[in-house]
Structures are given as C-alpha cells and as structure tokens.
Design a protein around this ligand. Structure first.
Ligand code: PHE
Length: 341
C-alpha cells in the first residue's frame, strides 16, 4: 500500500513538472482526483482495509490527497502567470522586417520654395520682409507711384477693378513701397514678395495672376551703383553662380528716374539657346532710382534722401531656375508636376 501511495505521488509530481500548458492541468486533476482518478480509487479502497491498516494508511492517503490538491493548484497558478507574462512580452515585440507601405508625404509648393530662398538672400543683406494687401486703392497702385489719372502709363497695367470704385487688384507689388515709406523713417530696406493680378490672356508665359517681389532701399547718398550691386549679388546667390555678368539698359517706369532693365547672362548656355532667344542675355530685374514724387508720396524728403527700387517677376525667376516652361503648371494642381519639388 505504501508503495502504491509513493508511486502515485511520484507519478503526479512527474506529470506536473512536465506540463507546460495551464490548460493541460485540468486533465491531470481528473486523472488523479476525478471520479475515476487514481487517488479517488485508492481512497475508496479504504473500507476494505483492516482497522489497523486504516489507522496507518488513512492519514497517509489523506495527506496524499491534500498534497495533490495543493500542488495541482500551485502549478496551475504558476503556468497561468507565465502565459500572461509571455503574452505581454509578445505584444511589445514588433517585426522590423514587415513591409509597411510608405505614408505619402506632403511637401512645399514650388512658389513657397522660391519665396523662402529669395527671403533668405535678402535677409542676409539686412533687408526686412514686408507684406501688403492684394486688394488696393488707386492711390497706392497708381497715383502715389507717379501715375496720375489719365497718365498713359496706366495702359501698361491691364487692371482688374472691383465693384467698389477706386479699388482694384494690385497690378504690381510697388504698392508696398508707399506703405513701407509711410510707416518708417530711413534707412529703409525691405522686400515684399506677393501676388499680383493683370487682366491678361493666359498662355504658357502669361497668367492673370503671378508673383512679384518688390524691393526698396532708401537712405542718404544712395546711388545707382548700390542698385546694380544688389541686383548682381542677389542673382548670383539665387542661381548659385560664383560670377554672373549683368547688363543694364534704360527702361521706363513712372515711379523711377532713371529707370533700368537689368539683364543677366543666360545661366543655361554660353552661345545662345531658346531660353535667352539666342541673345545670351535674360531680362530679369527691372528697377531704378525712386522718383522724387514717389518719395514725397511716402512722406520722405527727396532733398535729403535717395533710394532705389526694383520689382522682379518671382514667377519668372522661379520658372528660369527650375526650368519650368509653362506658367499654367504652377497652379494646375498636377501632382506629377508638383511632386518634383
Ligand atoms: N512695378 C513694376 C512692374 O510691375 C516693376 C518695377 C518695380 C520697376 C520697381 C522699377 C522699380 O512692372
């Protein structure tokens, strides 16, 4: 009898240690403590024993049952805990080899790139960045810029007038010159990049809406030389050239005197190409010395101060730099085009 008890005990211990799954523990419990389990059967044999044997083996059998119950419970609890722990660890691991499709990234519009580049260059030269309204008055767009009513120069600007008399969509960023002078005292140095509008038929190089960048510098003893040096420094930096020739031609704008067209040497060729129309020069930078009437309109005394101003087509410069041959692409919303930037 004693051997039987010992064998059952060993068998149970062996099975419990070999089991690594909590769900298998219940099978073991049934095999030992169930209705037909080995320990239950052994206990049922008690009644067949003699009184003396009962006294000896009774406590041993009870002890065996107790031991079986506790060790089965303990093993089960242990395995349940282990499994929960393993589950947590597993949920924290991730597979670095899994091929997850790349999220589509947004990016800046080419205009934003161009404006930022231009701003950086002028900021490095000590200029401020100005902003101005796109819906303007006749005064800021024309009269203050030395283009009075009925002046033929108004024909240069095909204007979108609004329903409110005297209000228009600005035809150039020169409007910001007057606003800047009214708000400041010299020395004044700033640029104003922004949208401009002209009532023009749309083709590959014209749009009714485009971007300009105005520049204004006012101080004592400012000369044409300062304007040319500024133009050259800016163009070299923007097109990434160590040297870049510029050429100056007379140009008429009512708000400057003298006025110029500044051309730069073609950045695409040496002997002429379609961009420079075989001339090796590209017209990029209109400017001039601020007309005394314009300084006066801005509240600045032309006897004391002088200034230069320029207003280049930002759209045009961007198209040249990035080799964009159709202005309409810029606002087309075509992803194939936009994603290149
Ligand atoms: N505002 C002028 C234009 O749009 C450009 C310009 C600005 C010329 C400043 C000279 C000085 O045509």
């Amino acid at each position: 009898m004693q051997t039987t008890i010992k064998n059952i005990e060993n068998d149970l211990c062996g099975q419990l240690t070999r089991t690594t799954l909590a769900k298998e523990i219940e099978d073991i419990r049934i095999a030992f403590l169930g209705k037909k389990g080995s320990i239950t059967l052994l206990l049922s044999q008690m009644k067949e024993l003699s009184l003396e044997d009962k006294k000896i083996f009774g406590p041993l059998m009870q002890a065996l049952r107790q031991m079986a119950e506790t060790s089965i419970d303990e093993r089960k609890n242990y395995l349940v805990q282990q499994e929960a722990q393993a589950e947590t660890v597993k949920s924290q691991l991730f597979d670095v080899t899994v091929n997850v499709s790349k999220a589509q990234e947004g990016h800046l519009h080419p205009y934003t790139h161009i404006i930022e580049e231009i701003q950086q260059i002028f900021l490095s030269m000590g200029y401020e960045i100005w902003d101005g309204p796109e819906v303007e008055t006749d005064f800021y767009n024309f009269s203050a810029l030395n283009i009075p009513q009925d002046h033929p120069a108004r024909d240069m600007y095909d204007t979108f007038w609004t329903n409110i008399p005297g209000n228009l969509l600005r035809t150039h960023t020169s409007t910001v010159q007057i606003r800047a002078m009214q708000e400041r005292t010299p020395p004044i140095a700033g640029i104003a990049p922004g949208r401009t509008y002209r009532h023009e038929a749309v083709d590959a190089s014209h749009d009714y809406q485009f971007m300009q960048c105005e520049g204004l510098f006012v101080d004592k003893n400012v000369t044409i030389g300062h304007l040319f040096a500024t133009a050259q420094t800016f163009l070299k930096a923007f097109f990434g050239k160590d040297t870049l020739d510029i050429r100056i031609r007379p140009g008429f704008f009512p708000f400057v005197e003298p006025g110029f067209e500044i051309d730069m040497r073609c950045v695409f060729c040496k002997n002429g190409c379609s961009v420079c129309k075989q001339s090796t020069w590209i017209e990029v930078f209109p400017g001039g010395m601020v007309h005394p009437n314009v300084l006066k309109a801005g509240g600045i005394d032309p006897e004391q101060y002088a200034g230069f101003a320029f207003g280049f087509g930002l759209t045009r410069l961007g198209m040249l730099k990035y080799g964009i041959d159709d202005i309409r692409l810029l606002y087309s919303g075509k992803l194939k085009f936009l994603e290149q930037f």
